[in-house]
Design a protein. Structure first.
Length: 378
């Protein structure tokens, strides 16, 4: 039976969804582990590929839970089963490109299959458009076949097949079946914005854990405490940049949007991956920085530190532009400043230079936006 607008509007996050999020905390942690152990361009590419897959699985279930006016027994059972499978994905993730490739691919494909099963059931019950679900089911199936086949290959061939699998899966709703996506479902905006905001919090929490691990490896002296304060200041600034204004503005714009499904798909499912990737990459650099703040920061950790923040800011610019038709030049300028900071702080400079410079750039950005908001309010 079709859900009423009131039922959709009252949709809130349920305890089983929060449990689902907790499992993804582990998976996200494993992505940072993979990147930290291979902080090269190859390692970065692999980490971003598996992060894209993990993110897409989480985002896919947000859509189907958003379509339902209330939690059902079938949804709860599906989420619990998928939680077990995504935990196995997380266990296999650090060795996804070596000995655990088959386990990673098969368990991930099982998660995506569970998602399709519950979406078909949701459509059959009248809460989603069957034509839309059928459209992207084809691309999901093709992508998962390539992922599984690639897991039995090696080297460049495996990577190529996995990249193709992710690209086809992403292209399904975003390009191949975009015309059908418009009619997919009624978007419960408050629930939708809350769910994606919660994932940003999960990733920020991972960065805080990374800072704590980096600082806790040796004696806590005044310099290390100072490094922790700088790193936490950057993390807090990232939180502020997203939640102080943009998150609420996006929710309001989505409520009144003419094509809410397409806008939500672009701004949240796709562009938010840049925000998530930026935080994860920053966390790897922050851990290295606080471990020895006085030592020169190597090229990889320094690029992760500065580039991660720049990527997060670029994602914010894209998010605001797509959902609210606002191009935030100050954030774009801050992203460029972060990259300039990377170029200016060479291998001989201590981590203080990079961390302090980033904190300064973000402090100026937050202060300028706060002043503009205050002047606009008055």
């Amino acid at each position: 039976m079709e859900a009423t607008a009131a039922e959709i509007g009252e949709r809130t996050t349920t305890p089983v969804e929060l449990l689902w999020d907790l499992v993804f905390v582990f998976a996200v942690t494993q992505v940072t582990t993979l990147l930290r152990h291979e902080l090269t361009w190859t390692g970065f590419g692999r980490a971003m590929l598996v992060l894209a897959l993990v993110w897409w699985a989480w985002s896919a279930f947000v859509w189907v839970t958003n379509a339902l006016p209330r939690e059902t027994g079938r949804l709860r059972a599906t989420l619990l089963c998928a939680s077990v499978m995504i935990f196995i994905v997380g266990l296999a993730l650090p060795r996804a490109f070596s000995g655990d490739a088959e386990l990673f691919a098969l368990s991930y494909a099982a998660v995506r299959a569970l998602h399709l099963l519950i979406y078909w059931d949701t459509a059959r019950r009248g809460h989603a458009a069957l034509r839309s679900v059928a459209g992207f089911s084809v691309t999901v199936a093709i992508g998962m076949i390539l992922l599984i086949v690639g897991s039995f290959c090696h080297g460049v061939l495996r990577s190529a097949l996995w990249i193709a699998a992710a690209a086809i899966d992403y292209a399904g709703p975003g390009w191949v079946t975009r015309g059908r996506l418009r009619e997919l479902q009624t978007v419960a905006v408050a629930h939708f914005a809350e769910r994606y905001g919660s994932f940003i919090i999960i990733c920020l929490g991972e960065s805080i854990v990374a800072i704590g691990i980096g600082a806790g490896s040796t004696h806590l002296d005044a310099q290390r405490i100072g490094a922790v304060v700088l790193a936490l200041a950057i993390t807090i600034a990232l939180w502020w940049i997203y939640f102080d204004r943009v998150a609420e503005l996006a929710r309001e714009k989505l409520l009144e949007h003419r094509e809410p499904v397409l806008a939500a798909s672009d701004a949240y499912s796709y562009i938010h991956l840049l925000l998530v990737a930026g935080i994860i990459v920053f966390a790897v650099g922050a851990r290295s920085a606080v471990a020895d703040i006085t030592a020169p920061l190597a090229l990889g950790p320094r690029l992760a530190l500065c580039g991660g923040v720049a990527l997060f800011l670029a994602g914010n610019v894209g998010f605001g532009w797509r959902i609210a038709a606002e191009l935030n030049y100050s954030r774009a300028l801050a992203a460029a400043a972060c990259l300039a900071l990377f170029a200016l702080t060479g291998g001989g400079d201590s981590a203080w230079a990079s961390a302090g410079g980033l904190a300064g750039v973000l402090a100026l950005l937050v202060a300028s936006e706060a002043l503009r908001a205050r002047s606009g309010a008055t």
